[in-house]
Design a protein around this ligand. Structure first.
Ligand code: ATP
Length: 337
């Protein structure tokens, strides 16, 4: 019998609820039998205290070498302080596609059952390029960058995904009535790519209207294609449709590397209280297993997760249960058999 392949994966537990959900997810993922060698690194404020760098050089090298990372949330200071670690890593490794599947889990009552949406967020441009300055005291300018190359490749990612996975419809979400040049370019690129995919319906909706449409009738959408900031905001709205931020996973994908992380942030209000729901990071780890072509393990985990939710046995408080973070992990492990 051939020895099973061992996957070297960079691990960033993060801060806030990051270490708690990461620990829970590692226990579960290791129980699948897939062999991992984790290269663990601190990032953000914790890394600065330890190494004097927010992102240690060794962490960059580890991701470049392994090409796959699993990442917990890292706190970004508000209104000042160091640059977002998440944004810096996405930019550094050119992880231009942020892929976020939004699906209901069984056993959770929500207004809209059976939601099955894909959010495709451009991950390297827009307002996130970090070009802000105070022009004169009391006046600040912030530059939004949209490029033909960036817009075309994210549109192509969305259409190729849709074709490969049998999705029928893509909507570009924009504000091109006001941002005529930037969002106008984004739309032009998407339309051009759409012409190469006549088998997939293409539509365009204005962002504010889309927010209303999503809460009134999310079934009208299939794949949402958005610029960086719109994608960030609409992802949280979509998380609300299926039961909250504790449930939505994400993948940051580029030509070379991939970083898998939940949509939620470090949730400092519940950190260290055994309240965090590890489902979003677990679903991100399932996306990672599929990326590593460990389909059987991914299927097994997904099935166990569905069972835990359907039976409502070990659910965390954010989804109406009473279990703590590690009790939830125990529940998933039990369901794996
Ligand atoms: P960021 O901008 O860094 O992504 P955010 O503003 O979206 O962060 P989060 O830290 O993601 O904020 O969390 C918002 C709220 O959602 C938290 O205060 C917390 O109550 C809830 N929440 C987020 N993630 C989880 C989770 N995994 N389990 C339970 N509740 C969560």
């Amino acid at each position: 019998m051939t020895e099973r392949k061992k996957h070297k994966v960079t691990l960033i537990p993060g801060d806030g609820i990051g270490p708690e959900v990461t620990q829970a997810v590692l226990r579960i993922v290791e129980a699948t039998g897939v062999k991992f060698e984790w290269e663990r690194y601190a990032a953000g404020a914790e890394a600065f205290e330890l190494h004097g760098e927010y992102i240690p050089a060794a962490l960059y090298e580890s991701i470049a070498r392994n090409r796959v990372a699993l990442k917990g949330p890292v706190t970004t200071p508000i209104g000042g302080g160091f640059k977002s670690i998440n944004v810096t890593l996405r930019k550094k490794f050119d992880l231009y596609a942020n892929f976020r599947p939004i699906r209901n889990l069984p056993g959770l009552e929500t207004k809209w059952p059976g939601v099955n949406l894909i959010v495709v967020r451009e991950n390297t441009e827009g307002e996130y390029v970090g070009l802000e300055r105070e022009v004169v005291p009391g006046v600040v300018e912030s530059i939004k960058v949209v490029s033909e190359k960036g817009s075309t490749r994210i549109a192509r990612f969305a259409f190729e995904y849709a074709r490969k996975h049998g999705r029928k419809k893509i909507h570009s979400i924009h504000k091109a009535n006001i941002m005529k040049l930037s969002d106008g370019l984004f739309l032009r690129c998407a339309r051009q790519v759409a012409e190469e995919f006549p088998d997939i319906a293409y539509g365009e909706h204005i962002i504010d209207n889309t927010c209303m449409q999503l809460v009134m009738n999310p079934y009208q959408y299939d794949v949402l294609l958005l610029e960086n900031l719109y994608g960030d905001i609409v992802s949280d709205l979509c998380a609300g449709l299926v039961g909250g931020l504790g449930l939505v996973p994400g993948a940051n994908l580029g030509a070379e590397c991939a970083i898998f992380e939940a949509v939620h942030g470090s949730a400092p209000d519940i950190a260290g209280k055994d309240l965090a729901n590890p489902t979003a990071l677990l679903l991100s780890a399932i996306l990672m297993l599929r990326h590593l072509d460990e389909q059987a393990a991914a299927d097994k985990l997904e099935k166990a997760l569905q069972t835990v939710y359907a039976e409502r046995k070990a659910l965390t408080r954010d989804v109406g249960g009473t279990a703590g973070t590690s009790q939830f992990a125990d529940g998933v492990l039990a369901a794996m058999g």
